[in-house]
Design a protein. Sequence first.
Length: 166
Amino acid sequence: MKKIPFEKVLEMVAKAGFTDLDYQPDYKRDDWESNAYKEIDAIAKAGLCIHQTHSPYNRYGTDTPENYKIYLERLFRETEMAGAKYMVVHGDEFEFDVMEYTPEKALQYNYELFAPYVERAAKSGIKVAFETVFEDSLSDGQNAPRFCSDIDDLMAMIDKFKADNV
């Protein structure tokens, strides 16, 4: 598969008439911060704006919960660096291998996970958008519920925060 250089992609996006981007930086890079500055600069030079950043997800246990929190920290920092108005996150994180799923437990788990970022985002003028997600199965074929895949879950998450920036 041929990889198109980042600057060329930006040129194509601008030429197609887009102005605002949903930016998902590479959180796992050792040089994540310098790379983010480089990409943010290239985006601005292309005449584009980062409207929102987009979080990583760890629903499938692709990383440890500790590393996921590091990636969220980086997302928050990059959202500030980019001057983005919104930070999109997935409210369906859950540790299926160590917890028995219930919607109430999933709500509490996600609330505790995202509460520090919601509070910090409010101080920075950033709004946190919980994305509706599709229902699916885990990689082992287990049919596991996906919190925030229906409007009632999403509304419960938004209501739990009682925050103007969610």
